[in-house]
Ligand binder design. Structure first.
Ligand code: C2E
Ligand code: MG
Ligand code: MG
Ligand code: MG
Length: 275
């Protein structure tokens, strides 16, 4: 019996694996023509000042809908695009679309301080990334200071000295830098003070735990307090409930983002809603 069930679970395991490999392969292939076929577009999620309750900025999030694969989540296709190199072309497209939409938002009277754009660590391997982004920003008649680049904690952890220099060069030009999903990586709190960054985004997993136990609340409170001491702006992501919002406001977290306020939406919808 043991042998048999062992065999069965082995068979189950391999078929799962090959299914995953097949899915990856399908995504990999379909990605290559996704831009030409206009299957990729961007949506924007508002970020609110928790004190004034006003929208102060937006984050760009990429979307992909393919004829046969349907909607594929970025958590699924971004890592594949990073592996096959497509992220470079995709990254420029997202940046370009973000600048174009931000210009539209401003022209329609929306008073936004900036737009946050996720940039993959793979994109930073491009030696001329800074020059390329500057030229896009200029073409759209925007200021670099209106663009906040969201990087992952992982990017800071690998190749630390080199990556810190890279970030510094972006900041020297005026771009804002934000650490996304803060708290999920391995950066220590003491290390924070030497980073060339402007903003810390507290990961949703911390926000999810608000209220459930005081030690989780204590962690968020400590991150907010330290960030303020270091003069970083602080964004809480994934806010879904009023009690999470109230707690974050009470500890003076600056900015909030989440389904409670708005899901990511198209630029036309955003303009219609906030004008
Ligand atoms: P992220 O940058 O941390 O983005 C936040 C994710 O949380 C987004 O998922 C957003 O839709 C979702 N979210 C926001 N508020 C809530 C909430 O209240 N509840 C819940 N359950 N979720 C919320 P999305 O759009 O699926 O993106 C997932 C991840 O994929 C992003 O995490 C980011 O790492 C990556 N990604 C998305 N767009 C881009 C992009 O344009 N470029 C790059 N390089 N990565 C991207
Ligand atoms: Mg992000
Ligand atoms: Mg995040
Ligand atoms: Mg994330």
């Amino acid at each position: 019996l043991a042998k048999e069930s062992g065999k069965n679970s082995f068979r189950f395991y391999t078929s799962e694996l090959s299914l995953e490999t097949e899915e990856r392969l399908n995504i990999d292939i379909a990605l290559h023509s996704a831009l030409e076929k206009n299957e990729i577009y961007v949506v924007f999620q508002p970020q609110y000042n928790l004190e004034t309750k006003k929208i102060v900025s937006v984050e760009t999030l990429v979307r992909w809908e393919n004829d046969t694969l349907g909607f594929v989540a970025p958590d699924k296709f971004i890592p594949i695009a990073e592996d096959n190199g497509f992220i470079i072309e995709l990254g420029y497209f997202i940046f370009e679309e973000s600048c174009k939409a931000f210009k539209q938002m401003k022209a329609s009277g929306l008073e936004l301080q900036r737009i946050a754009i996720n940039v993959s660590s793979i994109q930073f391997k491009e030696p001329n990334l800074l020059e390329a982004l500057i030229s896009i920003v200029k073409r759209h008649e925007l200021e670099a200071s209106e663009i906040e680049i969201e990087i992952t904690e992982r990017f800071l952890m690998e190749n630390t000295d080199k990556n810190i220099k890279t970030l510094q060069s972006f900041r020297d030009y005026g771009f804002k830098i934000s650490i996304d999903d803060f708290g999920t990586g391995y950066s220590s709190m003491s290390y924070l003070k030497q980073l060339p960054i402007d903003t810390i985004k507290i990961d949703k997993s911390f926000v999810d735990d608000i209220g459930e136990n005081s030690s989780d609340n204590a962690i968020i409170e400590a991150i907010v307090a330290l960030s303020k001491k270091l003069n970083y702006s602080i964004v809480a992501e994934g806010i879904e409930t009023g009690s999470q919002e109230q707690f974050l406001e009470s500890i003076k977290c600056d900015i909030g983002q989440g389904y409670l306020f708005s899901r990511p939406i198209l630029v036309e919808e955003l303009i219609a809603r906030f004008r």
